[in-house]
Design a protein. Structure first.
Length: 673
C-alpha cells in the first residue's frame, strides 16, 4: 500500500480575507465546501462569479498549489475576470492556475502531447474561415456531384460536423433530426467528413472542435497521461455548467476521475442553448452521476427588485425538469409591479415602447443605455427598429445586423430592385452570384450580355425575363438553377410587364429559388426564413413595389453610426437584442416584447418540440425577465396584421397566462388621436 504524503504551500494564508464577512451565508457555505464533488446552483444575479473567485482564493489559502487548480469557463473574458479577481485577493501568482475555456485548456494539453495522436507539436489551429477554405478544397476534390441537388456550403457542413462532435451523436442521426432536408445528400456529407478528417491529419491541422474531441481521445487512449493529469489537477472548477455539452462533460469526467475534487457552478433555469448542443441533463442529473456530491443553492439576488423576482420565481416554477430554487431579493421594493400591456397590433406595440422610452428619458431622467428591448427572434425587432428610427431614438442591436441590412433581406430586395429597374447593375450582380457556378467573371459577362439585349434597352418592361435570359450562355454548373432563376423573375411581373405587389414578389423569390439557397448557404436557415416571412407580411401594407423598396432603402441607411461596431462606449442608445444574447447582462428597464403564443414560446416548440422544448422556452423567458433591475414591461399585439394567412387574433403567451394575476399590473392602452 503506497504511503500518502502531502505538500503544503510555502506562502502564508491571506488573513486579510474575512470570508464570512465578505460573503453571504449561502455563498460562504459553497466557498468552504470540503473536498469531493459539489454542485452549486447559483440563481440569476446571485453572485456566481464572486462565489467561484472566493472558492479559488480559499483553496490557495488552504495550501493548494496554483498549478493544481483547473478552472474551466466558456469565455476567455470570464476566465480573465475571475483570475484577476483572485490575484487581487491573494499574494500567490494567480497566473499559474490552469484557467481558461474548454478549448484553450484542450489546446494546452494537445501542445504537450500531440505526438500521441499522430500529430506534430507545431499543429495549426484553423479559424472558421480556414475551416471553410479547407472544406471547400475537400468538396472540390471529392468527386461528389453538387449540381443535381444543392449540396450544403462549407460553413453549413462545418456546423453539422460540429454538432455531431459536441453531442457525441452519429452524423446520420444529426442529419435526420436537425437537417432532414439534406437527407438526399447524406451519403456525400458523410464522405466529405471522412475526407476532411484525413485532410486535417495530412496538413497537421485542428479545427476548433478538434481541441475538445482530440483532447478526449488523448485522455481515453493514454492511461498514463490520464493518471498524470488527474494527479496534477487536484481541484477542478467549472463555470456555467448548465451550458456544457456531452463532449465537454466527458472531458470533465475524465480529468476528475471517480474520486476527484470537482465543483460545478451553474443554474439549470438558465440553460437555453440546446440548439448548439448544450444538454441541461448534465446539471439536472449531476447528483445522480456523482452520488456523493453536495448541493449548495445560492438564492439571494442582488440585481432585481422583489416585484421582478416574484414574477420570475412564479414563471420558472411551472417547469417540471428543474432543481427547485426561490430567488430572494437583497433589494427593497420600489412599488412598481411588472406591467402587462396588450396592444392592438404590432404597430401599436412599437409606438408604446418608443413613447414609454421617451417618457423614461425625459420625465425620469433615465439614460438610454439603461433600457433594453428583448425578443425571442430577430425579426420581432423589425417594426420597433422602424419606430425608433422615425422618432429619433438612438439604438444599438446586439442580436445581429439591423433587420433591413441582413444579407438574406438584401438578396431578396435585389431581385425586386432588378424587376423594377432592369439597368440596376448592383442588384443584377448580387442576384446572379447566388447561382452555383457563377463567379465574378461569369457575372460580369452575363451583365454585358444582358445590356446588349433589346429588353435592357427598351423603355417598357419586358413581359418575360426568361425570353431574354434563357438564351444567354451560363456555366454548365449553373444551367438548371439559371432556368429557375429566369422563370422566377417572370413571376415578378404581371401580363403587362408591371411589377406585381411586393408581398407576391417576395413569396415568388423565396419559393422559386431562394429557399433552397438559404438551406445550403446559411447555418441558421430557419431563422432567416422567418425573417423573410415577416418581411413579406410587412410588405402587404404596400401595393407599389417602388414605394416599398424606397422605404427599405431609407430604413437601411438611416443613422448608420448607431451600429454596435461604430458606437462609442459613452454614446446613449437603447439596446435591442434577443433573450439568448442578453444572458449575463442587466438593465434598469426591460421591455419583453411579442409575448404571444407562437412567437414566445416559439411555434415550433409548441407544435413539434414536446415538453423539453417548451421547458427550454420557459427558461428563456426566465432569463429575459431576470435581466430587469427596476422595471419590467411585458407586451404583445392582440392582432397580428403580419401573419401569413391574414390578420389573426393572438393569444397571450402561456408564460403570461400561467402567472398569478397579482404579480402584474395590467395597462389598458388607448389611442390618443
Amino acid at each position: 500500500m503506497p504511503r500518502e504524503y502531502t505538500l503544503h504551500s510555502a506562502h502564508e494564508p491571506s488573513h486579510r480575507i474575512d470570508y464570512k464577512a465578505e460573503l453571504n451565508e449561502q455563498q460562504h457555505a459553497a466557498v468552504v465546501s470540503p473536498p469531493g464533488q459539489s454542485l452549486v446552483i447559483a440563481g440569476a444575479g446571485s453572485g456566481k462569479t464572486r462565489t467561484l473567485t472566493y472558492r479559488v482564493a480559499w483553496l490557495l489559502d488552504n495550501g493548494i498549489q496554483p498549478e493544481s487548480i483547473l478552472l474551466l469557463t466558456f469565455t476567455n473574458k470570464a476566465a480573465r475576470e475571475m483570475l484577476e479577481r483572485v490575484q487581487a485577493l491573494v499574494s500567490l501568482d494567480a497566473s499559474r492556475i490552469w484557467g481558461g475555456t474548454f478549448h484553450s485548456i484542450g489546446n494546452r494539453l494537445l501542445r504537450y502531447n500531440a505526438e500521441r495522436l499522430g500529430y506534430r507539436k507545431g499543429f495549426s489551429i484553423m479559424d472558421r474561415e480556414d475551416q471553410k477554405d479547407l472544406l471547400e478544397t475537400v468538396i472540390g476534390g471529392s468527386g461528389i456531384d453538387t449540381t443535381t441537388y444543392r449540396f450544403p456550403k462549407a460553413e453549413v457542413l462545418g456546423d453539422i460536423f460540429s454538432l455531431a462532435d459536441n453531442t457525441l451523436c452519429d452524423l446520420q442521426e444529426i442529419i435526420d433530426t436537425r437537417y432532414p432536408y439534406f437527407d438526399r445528400v447524406a451519403e456525400g456529407i458523410i464522405k466529405v467528413r471522412k475526407l476532411y478528417q484525413d485532410k486535417k491529419r495530412e496538413t497537421n491541422s485542428f479545427d476548433f472542435d478538434d481541441l475538445l474531441t482530440q483532447t478526449v481521445a488523448l485522455l481515453e487512449e493514454n492511461e498514463d497521461l490520464l493518471e498524470r493529469y488527474r494527479r496534477q489537477f487536484e481541484f477542478i472548477l467549472v463555470d456555467e455548467y448548465q451550458d456544457t455539452n456531452s463532449l465537454q462533460c466527458r472531458m470533465v469526467e475524465l480529468l476528475t476521475g471517480p474520486q476527484g475534487n470537482l465543483m460545478v457552478v451553474g443554474d439549470d433555469a438558465q440553460s437555453i442553448y440546446s440548439w448548439r448542443g448544450a444538454d441541461v441533463s448534465n446539471i439536472l442529473n449531476f447528483a445522480e452521476h456523482w452520488p456523493k456530491a453536495r448541493t449548495h443553492k445560492i438564492e439571494v439576488n442582488y440585481r432585481s427588485v422583489p416585484e421582478v423576482l416574484n414574477l420570475a420565481n412564479a414563471a420558472i416554477a411551472m417547469n417540471r425538469g428543474q432543481i427547485p430554487k426561490n430567488l430572494q431579493p437583497a433589494r427593497a421594493s420600489n412599488g412598481k409591479l411588472p406591467a402587462l400591456v396588450a396592444l392592438d397590433n404590432s404597430s401599436a406595440q412599437a409606438a408604446f415602447i418608443a413613447q414609454r422610452i421617451l417618457e423614461l428619458q425625459d420625465e425620469d431622467g433615465l439614460d438610454l443605455n439603461d433600457i433594453a428591448i428583448l425578443y425571442r427572434a430577430h425579426f420581432h425587432s423589425m417594426e420597433i427598429q422602424m419606430e425608433l428610427t422615425q422618432r429619433g431614438i438612438p439604438f444599438q442591436i446586439t442580436s445581429g445586423l439591423r433587420f433591413f441590412e441582413q444579407a438574406h433581406v438584401k438578396d431578396v430586395a435585389a431581385f425586386m430592385k432588378f424587376a423594377v429597374n432592369r439597368q440596376d447593375e448592383v442588384s443584377f450582380m448580387r442576384m446572379v452570384r447566388l447561382i452555383p457556378g457563377v463567379g465574378n467573371a461569369s457575372a460580369v459577362k452575363l451583365w454585358n450580355d444582358w445590356l446588349q439585349s433589346a429588353a435592357a434597352k427598351a423603355e417598357t418592361m419586358p413581359s418575360s425575363f426568361s425570353e431574354v435570359l434563357l438564351p444567354l450562355k451560363v456555366p454548365k454548373k449553373a444551367k438548371e438553377t439559371w432556368e429557375q432563376f429566369a422563370y422566377t423573375l417572370d413571376e415578378l411581373l404581371d401580363k403587362d410587364g408591371k411589377p406585381v405587389a411586393p408581398a407576391l414578389m417576395i413569396r415568388s423569390i423565396v419559393e422559386g429559388v431562394y429557399e433552397d439557397y438559404m438551406k445550403a448557404k446559411f447555418k441558421n436557415y430557419e431563422q432567416r426564413q422567418q425573417d423573410l416571412e415577416q418581411l413579406s407580411n410587412f410588405s402587404d401594407r404596400f401595393t407599389d413595389a417602388l414605394e416599398f423598396l424606397s422605404q427599405l432603402s431609407l430604413l437601411s441607411g438611416v443613422d448608420t453610426d448607431n451600429k454596435p461596431d461604430q458606437q462609442a462606449q459613452d454614446r446613449e442608445a437603447v439596446t435591442l437584442t434577443t433573450g439568448h444574447q442578453a444572458k449575463g447582462l442587466e438593465w434598469k428597464v426591460v421591455f419583453a416584447v411579442w409575448l404571444a403564443d407562437g412567437m414566445f414560446p416559439h411555434k415550433r416548440a409548441i407544435d413539434e418540440g414536446g415538453d423539453e422544448a417548451l421547458e427550454e422556452e420557459r427558461r428563456l423567458f426566465y432569463v429575459t425577465v431576470t435581466r430587469a433591475k427596476d422595471e419590467l414591461y411585458l407586451t404583445y399585439p392582440v392582432i397580428n396584421h403580419q401573419a401569413r394567412d391574414g390578420d389573426i387574433m393572438q393569444r397571450p403567451s402561456r408564460f403570461l397566462t400561467d402567472l398569478p394575476k397579482d404579480l402584474v399590473e395590467v395597462w389598458n392602452v388607448k389611442s390618443g388621436w
